[in-house]
Every structure is written in structure tokens, then in C-alpha cells.
Design a protein around this ligand. Structure first.
Ligand code: BGC
Length: 810
């Protein structure tokens, strides 16, 4: 232990006190020993620091900070140097705002296009997500601040996120859902990691010994701190045993006391606590160092410009019929669409940044050199059809050479706490597009949203530029691509299926009441579409440029692959080259191809460059469930160099010696997995893969409600009051949506509807404790008077314990 002597000076109570927050954002301090509080703030694409006293629930707006493009956007750049730059700028702002731990990046996989937080995550591919995350972390931590990689692990939906049990087989867990975290830990050297809210194969992740001790600390050698997601603690002692150092936010000391009692009674060895304290002290002492230097404000303008550069490199050109882009000089453009007036630039929830500056398209036109003849909103952002607006837009469109049509999803649709209901963009936007197409066919759509959408309307547009969520300078960045000042170089970090129904997890998302079964196994994203031969709208890794590239001269060596890329157009540009590997042996099922390397290169027109991509320890590995470790299968492998996952330009083979492990599966028992067509897997076959029975996936309505049941379950509570409460919540949600307050309606779903009963104690900063929750549960379970008096008695006790001299009334 690094701080053995200091820990020896601490009382048991002092040590335990460090194990949970002091308030919503800070850790506990111990003045007499010179241990200060440190500040944790969201993340991930900007600093959201609230003034400490702002509010108890952490919901108020933060102080102004640069809103960089979100992770889903920056992932499209496939540029780890750029990721590191974003990290550095975040780190600098964290220092300026006195933030010690930045709660990001988020590296959860995009298992399904509807996950409400996809805009905050990088990719459907663990290698790309991991590499991008590691680059962010390096950048952030170069300033002495700690990154906090989240949400560990298998948290791939928002629906019932605090109670859902993710059922996933070990190989899929390792190869798909943990690899990005592994890279963030081993290569990024993250100093902290946030456990997720959900259960993983029956146990809350924060208490999951297999995840936390065997894999994270054991196999990956992680030495940093594990922080709970806010209010995510279930059993504090089980968490401590799994090595969870910091519970957030404060519980008013309630869970610290549990730790003290468990140690006094011998249930937990004090050394377990000491180890946790030691690691937490290291985080505190190392991240407070940068603050010993004089305070420096960050340069708002410079950071804004950097955020623009990042957006420019992340924009994806998806369609460019007849080279309609870049816009030819002197063309008269009509700007249509509400998003051109009010930029859509980030998602909703805990990641929301209060931007220092905000560019809107209509304010940036002059400097872009593009000649606009006017603007019409064309549709109502929140969904209603408005014929007058359509007519006005058509009138303007008739006078223009080209229409720039700004479409997308609104702020309340992509939000933490709830998933989207469909992959469609609002119908009123499509109606507008149809009407415009009648009067002028030169339409370029500019899309603003942070996740994949369906585009049944794509044949009606000649150009399509996807800006994703470009942060506070995203609008200007898009104009620079359209004017030709910037040659687009982004490529999709996720697949765009033709229809939502095509996605591999369609039948198992968001799962049933109690659990979600990842029956599709390894086959998420392109791993599925490609292997199962399902047509897609845009494949993973796809994106156009204003120039063209040719690939040649493939050389495959033992440890790397080299090839030449030539810019055959007349504009300088950047190309993202992708290395995919496929195994020829059919003994162990695998995706047809998997990304194992990439690089982004800049090439001048007419020039060429040699590129070498080294193989690494992940290139040929697979996780063998029989030996319980990574193995290599002796086989011939395809070495594919692609411009996208569907556009392989160079192909060769390499024989690789194996590690000699036994084949872990009985092929005939997993026939569908061997075909890769895993969108409809029977329960029996999934159980064979899992190696056990799947748990009951529905709520047990016969049992009384308990700590881990969620407020939504009050609909069948024995207590009438709880049932009324449930319908009031449902009504409030419906009413708020009806009156256009979708943000407030979302908040109800996120912070009340899906909250487990224990969350009432975990999220109220010590105002309500667990014995009081017992009273609430008694009421919910039909014992009103008993529960009510229990609640009051416990409340009195709590207040008295805090202020023994006062008389408590109530
Ligand atoms: C989110 C985390 C976030 C935390 C603090 C949670 O609800 O899941 O991503 O960092 O709140 O705001």
C-alpha cells in the first residue's frame, strides 16, 4: 500500500467516511489529516460543473464550458490523435473549472440503434471504441485530471437501466462488451472507472466479483478507483468486497456506517477497506496536484475553434450524386429546416453542457461564401405538421438552384434515461421533403442527430451530409464542408440498417421486464449484417470524400500489413484505411470479418503513401470458454484492407499458428450461431451458448415489492396509494408530453419511473434512509398505517441522530 502510514493514523470511521461522497459531486475530506475533497463532474464531451450548492439532484445547468462534438460524432473521425486533442482540451477546462475527475468517456457498445445514449458512445465496434477512448483518456490525464471510463459494463440500453439484468454469454461479454474497457484500462491507463447501474448475469456490476476482481483487477491489472454510477449502489458491503472505493453521491453517512459495523462485527476484514482507502487516496492526491499551480482561465475562443476543427473532421458525406457538393460558386441556395436556425448539437441528460458560444447556421453564412437567398423553418421541431410552413418553404425552394435542407432528431428524442421508440425521423420532416421534391430536385440534406436513423426518403435527395451532434461549432463546420473549404473525411462508426427490423437485437431489445437476453451473441452491428448477408443502407466504416483513393501493393508480413494508397482525384484529402480479419476455419463460429486496425492518412492530390498497420495481441485472438482465456486458432486468415467494411480493396491471406486450445463448442448444438444469422435464436440454443438456464424474465407479481423493484412496479402493488401514485406518474408523463414539455416528461421516466425503491435513499443525499424506505415499502405493500408510522419513527430517529440535542416534531 502506498499510503500505509497515513491510513494507520485514521480511525475506522474516518476510513469508512471516504467510501462515499460528501455531497452530489465531491468526495469526503478529513481536515485533520490534510485530506481534501476532490470534485467529480460530467462529461463526457464538455465540463458540466455545477456550483456546489446549486441543487441536490445534480440537474441544474453547469457553468459555461466548451461543448465539443459528442463521442458518437468524434468516432466518425477515426482519428486517435484528434481524440487525444479533445481530451487535452477537456483536461485544460477541467483544471480551469477545478474539476479533478471528469466522468467520461463512455465506451458502451451500440448494441441496438435505439439506445437513448448512443450519442454519448463511440461505436458498435469494441476496437474502434476502445482506441478512441484510450486517446481521450491520454489527453485528459495529461493535465493531471482523472478520466472516468463508463459505464462498466453491459449497459446498452436506458430502459429499466437501474434494475435490468443483462444476460450475456462469457465469450460475447469478453469479445464485444468488455474489449473497449480493456483497451481504455491497458492503453489509456484510466485512473477511474464507473460501474454501471444494471445487473450482469444476475449480479449488480458494482458487486460482481467476476467482473471487478477477476477481470478488471485480476486479468487487466487495474490499479485505479471504481466509482458507482450515481445512486447505483445496491449492497454497499458486497460493493466494497468487489473493490468499489467510492459510492456517489452522498448517502449522508448511512452506508459508511454499514461498513463500520461490518468491520467491527468481523464480517469484513479491515484490510479490504484499507486497500480501497489506499487507492482512493491515490486518486485524491494525484488529481489535486495540478491545482497547486496558479489558476488559469481557458481561452474560450481558441477552444471554440478547436471544437470546430474536431467537428469538421467528423462530418460524414453519405451521398453526393453528380458531385452536387461542394457547392459551385455563385449557386443560389435556399436554407430550409428548423435546425438551421437553432442548431441541434448535443444530447440530453447528464452530459448536457452549457456552451460558451453557440454557432447557428444562419449566423455563419456570410463568411462561408455560400449565397443564401433566404431561410424557411419548413416544419415544427416537435413533430406537428404545419402546411403553411411547408408552403412557404416550397415558395422559397422554387427560386433556388439548390436546397439545403436541415433535418434531424430533436433534443428530447435522444436522451439519457430512455430509449428511442423508432429509427424514423419525424413524419412532418419527411412530408416537407416530399413537398420540396415536387418543386426542386436539387436537395442536399444535412442531418443532425447522434444515432442511426432510417432513410426511406434517400432517393429524393442528391446530397447527404451527416453532421451527427457537432458541438457548439458544428453548424459552422458543416458550412465549411459544403463550401469545399474542408474536404469531408469522416466515416460511420456504426451501421445504418435499411429498417430497424433488420437489426440483430430487434427481437430482444430492450428485453423483458426483468432481464434482457443478448441472444444475438457476438453478432452485433456489421458483424451481423456482414456475416448474415443482410443488406444495409450504409455499412460500418463508410463515408465519401471530394477526392478518390486507390489501394495497391499489399504486403503481408508476420507482424504487420503494408500497402499503398494513392489520391487519384484533384483535391487533397484524408482517407481512413481499415484492417479487417476473417478466419477460414469453421470449427469455431466467428463474424465474417472484424476490425483489427485502422489509420487516418492525409494525402495530397496525385500523391501516394505507404501505410503499415501492425498486428497486435488482439488481431487473431478469440475467447475460449473452455480454457477460460484468450486463444488463437491455428488457421488461415483473410487479411482485408477496406475503405469500409463492405468495400474491401485488398485481400490476402496469412497462416497463423494456434495456441492449441480445444474447440469449446459442440457445433451441432449451436447451428444458428455457426451461420451468423442470429437475429432469431431459440431459447434452447441461447441456453446452450450460455451454459445454463436463462432466468425468469418477468416480474414476480405475487411477491411484495422490495428494494430492487422499481417505482413502475407500483402498478400492481397491494397498497392502493402506491397504485394511485403509479397512475399519477403515468398521467404526469402523458400530460407533460401533451403540453410540449417533453424534457420534463423524460425526466420523470429517468429519475422516477425506472428508479428502484432503494434509489429513494441513494439519491436523496441522506434525507431519506433505508429504514424510511422500509416504511415506504410497507405502504406500497398495503400496510399503510404500519408503514406510515414506521416512516415517521425512522425519520425522527434519523434527525435525532444528526442533532441529538434537538426536539424533533413530526
Ligand atoms: C449517469 C452518468 C453520470 C452521472 C452523474 C448518471 O445518471 O448515468 O453517466 O456521470 O449520472 O451525473
Amino acid at each position: 500500500m502506498k499510503y500505509k502510514e497515513l491510513i494507520a493514523e485514521m480511525t475506522l470511521e474516518e476510513k469508512a467516511s471516504l467510501m462515499s461522497g460528501k455531497d452530489f459531486w465531491q468526495t469526503q475530506d478529513i481536515e485533520r489529516l490534510g485530506i481534501n475533497s476532490i470534485f467529480l463532474a460530467d462529461g463526457p464531451h464538455g465540463i458540466r460543473k455545477q456550483a456546489v450548492a446549486a441543487d441536490k439532484l445534480g440537474l441544474n445547468a453547469g457553468r459555461p464550458a466548451t461543448c465539443y462534438p459528442t463521442a458518437a460524432t468524434v468516432a466518425n473521425s477515426w482519428n486517435t490523435e484528434l481524440g487525444e486533442k479533445v481530451g487535452e482540451y477537456l483536461g485544460e477546462e477541467a483544471i480551469a473549472q477545478k474539476v479533478n475527475v471528469l466522468l467520461g468517456p463512455g465506451v458502451n457498445m451500440k448494441r441496438n440503434p435505439l439506445c437513448g445514449r448512443n450519442f454519448e458512445y463511440f461505436s458498435e465496434d469494441p476496437y474502434l471504441a476502445g482506441k478512441m477512448a484510450a486517446s481521450y483518456i491520454r489527453g485528459i490525464q495529461s493535465y493531471g485530471v482523472a478520466a472516468c471510463v463508463k459505464h462498466f459494463a453491459a449497459n446498452n440500453q436506458e430502459e429499466r437501466r437501474m434494475s435490468i439484468d443483462t444476460i450475456v454469454d462469457e465469450r460475447t461479454l469478453r469479445e464485444i462488451y468488455l474489449t473497449a474497457f480493456e483497451i481504455a484500462v491497458k492503453e489509456g491507463k484510466t485512473k477511474s472507472i464507473m460501474s454501471s447501474y444494471n445487473r450482469l448475469n444476475g449480479t449488480y456490476t458494482n458487486e460482481n466479483q467476476h467482473l471487478m476482481n477477476e477481470i478488471l483487477r485480476g486479468e487487466w491489472g487495474y490499479k485505479g478507483v471504481v466509482i458507482t454510477d450515481w445512486g447505483g449502489t445496491n449492497d454497499r458491503l458486497a460493493g466494497l468486497l468487489a473493490g468499489n472505493e467510492l459510492e456517489m453521491p452522498t448517502t449522508g453517512g448511512e452506508t459508511d456506517q454499514e461498513i463500520v459495523e461490518a468491520i467491527k462485527s468481523g464480517r469484513i476484514n479491515e484490510e479490504v477497506l484499507d486497500e480501497c482507502v489506499d487507492r482512493l487516496l491515490d486518486l485524491i492526491f494525484t488529481t489535486e496536484k495540478p491545482f497547486r499551480r496558479p489558476h488559469v482561465e481557458f481561452d474560450v475562443e481558441r477552444h471554440h475553434r478547436v471544437s470546430q476543427k474536431v467537428a469538421e473532421e467528423s462530418i460524414v458525406l453519405l451521398k453526393n450524386e453528380g458531385n452536387i457538393l461542394p457547392l459551385k460558386f455563385g449557386k443560389k441556395v435556399a436554407v430550409i429546416g428548423d435546425f438551421a436556425k437553432d442548431a441541434r448539437y448535443q444530447g440530453a441528460g447528464s452530459s448536457i453542457v452549457n456552451p460558451t458560444i453557440l454557432d447557428h447556421t444562419m449566423d455563419c453564412f456570410e463568411e462561408s461564401g455560400i449565397v443564401s437567398i433566404g431561410f424557411e423553418p419548413g416544419f415544427e421541431r416537435y413533430g406537428k405538421k404545419n402546411q403553411k410552413k411547408i408552403d412557404e418553404a416550397c415558395e422559397l425552394a422554387k427560386k433556388a438552384d439548390v436546397i439545403l435542407l436541415y433535418l434531424g432528431l430533436d433534443e428530447a428524442t435522444e436522451a439519457e434515461g430512455l430509449d428511442r421508440h423508432s429509427m424514423k425521423i419525424p413524419e412532418n420532416q419527411i412530408e416537407l421533403l416530399d413537398a420540396l421534391h415536387e418543386v426542386n430536385q436539387n436537395i442536399i440534406v444535412i442531418l443532425s442527430c447522434g444515432s442511426a436513423v432510417e432513410m426511406p426518403w434517400i432517393s429524393k435527395v442528391r446530397g447527404l451530409l451527416h453532421g451527427y451532434l457537432g458541438g457548439q461549432a458544428g453548424a459552422r463546420a458543416i458550412l465549411r464542408v459544403m463550401s469545399g473549404d474542408v474536404n469531408p473525411s469522416g466515416k460511420l462508426a456504426e451501421t445504418y440498417p435499411l429498417r430497424y427490423e433488420d437489426s440483430p437485437s430487434f427481437h430482444h431489445f430492450p428485453g423483458n421486464e426483468a432481464s434482457v437476453e443478448y441472444r444475438e451473441g457476438l453478432f452485433i452491428g456489421y458483424r451481423y449484417y456482414d456475416t448474415a448477408d443482410v443488406n444495409v443502407l450504409f455499412p460500418f466504416g463508410y463515408g465519401l470524400s471530394y477526392t478518390t483513393f486507390e489501394y495497391s501493393d499489399l504486403q503481408i508480413n508476420k507482424n504487420s500489413v503494408s500497402f499503398r494508397v494513392t489520391n487519384t482525384g484533384d483535391t487533397a484529402g484524408m482517407e481512413i484505411v481499415q484492417l479487417y480479419i476473417g478466419c477460414h476455419s469453421k470449427d469455431i463460429f466467428r463474424p465474417k470479418k472484424e476490425l483489427k486496425g485502422f489509420e487516418k492518412i492525409f494525402i495530397n492530390a496525385g500523391e501516394s503513401k505507404m501505410v503499415t498497420i501492425p498486428f497486435d495481441e488482439k488481431t487473431f485472438r478469440y475467447f475460449n470458454v473452455q480454457t477460460n482465456q484468450w486463444e488463437i486458432e491455428a488457421a488461415e486468415y483473410s487479411i482485408m484492407i477496406g475503405s469500409s467494411s463492405a468495400d474491401i480493396r485488398l485481400l490476402g491471406t496469412l497462416y497463423k499458428e494456434g495456441t492449441g486450445a480445444p474447440i469449446p463448442y459442440e457445433k451441432e448444438k449451436l447451428p444458428t450461431y455457426y451461420t451468423g444469422k442470429t437475429n432469431k435464436i431459440s431459447e434452447e440454443e441461447f441456453e446452450t451458448l450460455l451454459g445454463r438456464k436463462v432466468p425468469v424474465s418477468t416480474w414476480d407479481r405475487s411477491k411484495p415489492l422490495g428494494y430492487n423493484d422499481i417505482i413502475a412496479q407500483c402498478q400492481y402493488a397491494k397498497g392502493g396509494l402506491a397504485r394511485i401514485g403509479y397512475y399519477l406518474i403515468v398521467f404526469a408523463h402523458w400530460y407533460l408530453r401533451k403540453v410540449g414539455r417533453r424534457d420534463a416528461a423524460n425526466l420523470i421516466m429517468m429519475s422516477i419511473y425506472h428508479l428502484p425503491f432503494r434509489g429513494i435513499a441513494r439519491m436523496t443525499g441522506g434525507v431519506v434512509n433505508m429504514p424510511m424506505v422500509d416504511g415506504i415499502l410497507m405502504i406500497a405493500n398495503g400496510h399503510f398505517f404500519k408503514g406510515f408510522s414506521h416512516f415517521l419513527r425512522e425519520r425522527r430517529k434519523l434527525l435525532k441522530s444528526r442533532n441529538p440535542k434537538s426536539e424533533v416534531v413530526g
